[in-house]
Design a protein. Structure first.
Length: 564
């Protein structure tokens, strides 16, 4: 029997080669290897229910262990179970219900066992590779990619892509196109299949979307979304019709696609016809929401005299001049077929003579149909505008709700924003405005100080409320009224040794002092303004003078000088 070292061959080189060639993750390969060894060992011991564990080491070594359950009853299958006595003979610490794990050898696998392991391994790798390819290309359907021609057969051509080998059937090739091994070509990913025996990815060069993607790559206006390709129809090798629409009224959709002297269309045609001698043409027409107008654009250069409904299934009947019938139908009917594909409707083209023989008043019917389609177009436009308005209103409502929610989450910020204007609305500000009185108020205040006790500031408050202030930014200013308040405060301090009971007048005086103290901290200079009544009193000489002759008004000269 081989030793354990002989039983653990290195698989580093094997899995490195498979991982690199198949482009699968190393973890996927290791899981596939473990499963193949487990199934092969079960077949080797002829026990499909055996518990086997495979351990792979970073250095590439591999160990295989068989697991058996310890029981205290009769052993029915010694590949799955082991008695307690036999288990403790191997490991005395084992108890009933434990799992005994023993290293086994895989060196004596037979040919059938090795073949089974190989097949399981290959199947797992193949499934993993398919899943990787499906995940890679399922999101790239209708996208252009580069590929290299691998093999050219009569019914198909194999194209090597980045991570897989794709197939291009004969029906997806441009008629007359000659491809050779090693050619680098552009193809369109048409479909991706997961449950298939052959190639998973199908590519095409005959698809109409190939032309659409080439225009998107070539033309900036289509790439950035200014011009939109509304519909496209193609018969590879012969003709392509593409309907475009400009979202910007200042941009010509058809002119942007054609380019100066048709250069942009030529660039696309060069890519399509570079491997063949086909004479394919590309017609770019303007899309219109009006069906009648759109049909006339599609059928150009043939002139359509009238468009009528044909049956109840939405089919159309086009009326043309007798001599223009063949031009409208096109060579082998290609113009009519492409128009039908673009409109996604069945289109029948008849001459005026044929319509008259059928007894159809095509003129009146065409006019009625055109009026009906125009009304429907306008109705759809109105509905789209309403939908857009509702969407915008919903977005604004959602935005407002979000802002409200954020505002509720951050109440401190709101309070900080609203704190500044409240200073002006406070009653204190209204009374603070009168901190700098006019001469009359100064005289009354002095008389109040001399005649009225400090407990009665009522007369001063009434005088204050007569003011209509005008606030201006200024440096710190101390008014006469504040000086009088400070004098009263010092007077009270000299007599404070005599304690007395606090009265209502004391509280009002304290409130006045507090307000004057707040005024001192304000950053505003208050300029007095006179009411119309006060000005009328000044100009009336017959009235009794308001001033007191006992007051020396020279003390207030500096005050008025400051005002000027």
């Amino acid at each position: 029997m081989r030793t354990k070292k002989d039983n653990t061959p290195s698989v580093n080189e094997a899995w490195s080669e498979i991982v690199n060639n198949k482009l699968i993750p190393q973890e996927v390969f290791q899981e596939a290897l473990k499963e193949s060894i487990v199934k092969a060992y079960r077949k080797h011991i002829n026990c499909p229910d055996a518990e086997v564990r495979v351990e792979l080491h970073p250095d590439g070594k591999m160990d295989v262990y068989q697991q058996r359950k310890v029981i205290d009853t009769e052993v029915e299958d010694d590949e799955i179970e082991i008695s307690l006595e036999d288990a403790q003979a191997i490991n005395p610490e084992l108890k009933v219900g434990d799992i005994l794990e023993e290293a086994v050898s895989i060196a004596d696998f037979g040919r059938a066992t090795v073949s089974l392991a190989k097949n399981v391994m290959l199947q797992k790798i193949k499934e993993a590779s398919k899943q990787i390819v499906f995940d890679e290309y399922s999101d790239k359907i209708d996208d252009i990619t580069w590929g290299t021609v691998q093999t050219v057969e009569d019914k198909y051509t194999l194209i090597q892509l980045d991570k897989t080998l794709a197939m291009m059937p004969k029906s997806e090739q441009i008629p007359g196109e000659r491809l050779t091994d090693g050619q680098r070509i552009r193809v369109l990913i048409k479909s991706v299949a997961k449950e298939t025996k052959g190639a998973q990815v199908i590519v095409s060069r005959a698809s109409a979307n190939l032309v659409k993607r080439l225009f998107e790559i070539t033309i900036t206006e289509i790439y950035d979304g200014t011009v939109e390709v509304k519909a496209i129809a193609r018969e590879a090798g012969e003709r392509t019709k593409m309907a475009v629409y400009s979202k910007n009224p200042n941009v010509d959709a058809v002119g942007s696609c054609i380019g100066h002297q048709g250069q942009r269309v030529k660039d696309v045609l060069e890519e399509i016809t570079k491997y063949s001698n086909s004479d394919e043409r590309i017609d770019v027409v303007e899309w219109s929401p009006n069906i009648v107008e759109f049909v006339k654009n599609i059928m150009k250069p043939a002139e359509i005299l009238g468009v009528l409904p044909s049956g109840d299934s939405g089919n159309l009947l086009l009326v043309v001049e007798n001599e223009k019938l063949s031009q409208a139908i096109g060579k082998r009917g290609i113009n009519a077929r492409l128009a039908s594909k673009l409109m996604n409707r069945k289109i029948d083209i008849k001459s005026v003579a044929e319509v008259q023989e059928m007894g159809i008043d095509w003129v009146s019917e065409a006019q009625a149909f055109a009026a009906k389609e125009e009304a429907l177009r306008k109705q759809r436009a109105i509905e789209e505008m309403k939908a857009a308005a509702e969407k915008k209103a919903a977005e604004e409502a959602a935005k407002a709700a979000e802002q409200l929610e954020q505002a509720e989450e951050e109440p401190v910020i709101e309070e900080t924003v609203t704190a500044e204007p409240t200073v002006v609305e406070e009653p204190v500000v209204e009374e603070t405005v009168v901190a700098e009185p006019v001469a009359e108020e100064v005289r009354e205040a002095e008389e109040t100080v001399e005649e009225v006790p400090a407990e009665e500031p009522v007369q001063e408050q009434e005088t204050v409320k007569k003011r209509k202030p005008k606030l201006e930014k200024a440096s710190e200013y101390v008014s006469k009224y504040e000086e009088l308040a400070d004098a009263r405060k010092s007077q009270q301090q000299t007599t404070s040794s005599r304690r007395r009971k606090t009265t209502k007048e004391d509280e009002e005086a304290a409130e006045l002092r507090r307000k004057l103290e707040e005024l001192r901290n304000q950053e505003y200079q208050i300029k007095p303004e006179y009411t119309e009544e006060e000005l009328e009193d000044f100009n009336n000489d017959d009235e009794e003078h308001w001033y007191d002759e006992d007051i020396d008004y020279d003390d207030y000269d500096d005050y008025y000088d400051d005002e000027e």
